[in-house]
Design a binder for this molecule. Structure first.
Ligand SMILES: [Mg+2]
Length: 278
């Protein structure tokens, strides 16, 4: 005697075979009835319909020169003039390639590239001369397009942000004054940490002062040194072309997104997960 046919319908599976769907248990959807507050999927997988997850708001850690202010070329020329004062001629493009990194590493690199060893007193004098030459040109430095608007929007939205620069307080101060930063904006300069970019110290210090996890942060910078430091800090890097580095270089150094300047980043802020209040 043959057994009675099982209740329910049979549905084919991709790749062959079939499974029985019991209409008494599925409500007609083909899936088991879920427990209250859960959603059931095929193969017996059940997940909460609305999982309780904590998603921190991102923080933004900005580089300064070439990122918020248009000052890269003033720094390049200031270094060239300082080097000439010390009898060390060096092509402008070689200097440009090092802008944004720690001043100490910059001087190490130029000694290698020029084949000249400089004594500690000369290295100290170079830093002083660079600051003097830069400050003479600082009147020509302006905010990059969209920089003030970007930080003002982040401030208005209550998004934490900070500025972290390899520059000294002496050279950074005039640039910061151009940005109309809100009171008590966190600023970390080279003077405050043991090592500058591409070491992560500046961005880690900025995140600490903001009270955020660097892994919840975007580092925004114009140089490969910013993006390498971002990777060391565990942050996502956003590259800007406004310092003279190319898109491919920034992406190779870890940029998650690349924009022309702060104005384009502001225009596409939703791409980095910022949803301004409407
Ligand atoms: Mg920079």
């Amino acid at each position: 005697m043959r057994s009675p046919a099982p209740r329910g319908r049979w549905r084919s599976r991709p790749g062959g075979g079939s499974r029985r769907v019991d209409p008494g248990r599925t409500g007609g959807s083909g899936l088991p009835d879920p427990e209250p507050g859960t959603r059931a999927y095929s193969r017996g997988v059940v997940a909460p319909a609305h999982p309780e997850i904590a998603v921190p708001r991102p923080a933004f850690l900005f580089d300064l020169d070439g990122t918020l202010v248009d000052s890269v070329y003033q720094h390049v020329i200031a270094w060239q003039e300082a080097l000439e004062d010390c009898g060390v001629p060096l092509s402008v493009w070689r200097i440009h390639r090092r802008i944004g990194m720690s001043g100490g590493l910059f001087l190490d690199a130029l000694q290698r590239e020029t084949g000249r060893r400089l004594d500690p007193a000369t290295l100290e004098r170079l830093s002083t001369l660079h600051a003097e030459h830069y400050l003479r040109r600082a009147g020509g430095v302006v905010p990059l397009p969209g920089a003030r608007e970007l930080v003002q929007l982040l401030h208005a939205e209550g998004m934490p942000f900070a500025v972290a620069t390899s520059g000294s307080a002496v050279t950074a101060d005039s640039a910061l004054a151009l940005l109309d930063l809100p009171p008590r904006t966190v600023v970390v300069t080279r003077d405050l940490v043991e090592r500058a970019k591409p070491d992560p110290h500046l961005f880690l210090a900025a995140a600490t002062l903001l009270g955020v996890d660097p892994r919840d942060s975007f580092v925004v910078g114009d140089s490969v040194w910013d993006l390498l430091a971002a990777q060391r800090a565990g942050a996502l890097g956003v590259g800007l072309l406004s310092g003279g580095y190319g898109r491919a270089e920034l992406q190779a150094a870890g940029a998650y997104r690349v924009y022309a300047d702060p104005a384009e980043m502001l225009d596409r802020l939703e791409e980095v997960g910022v949803r301004p209040a409407r």
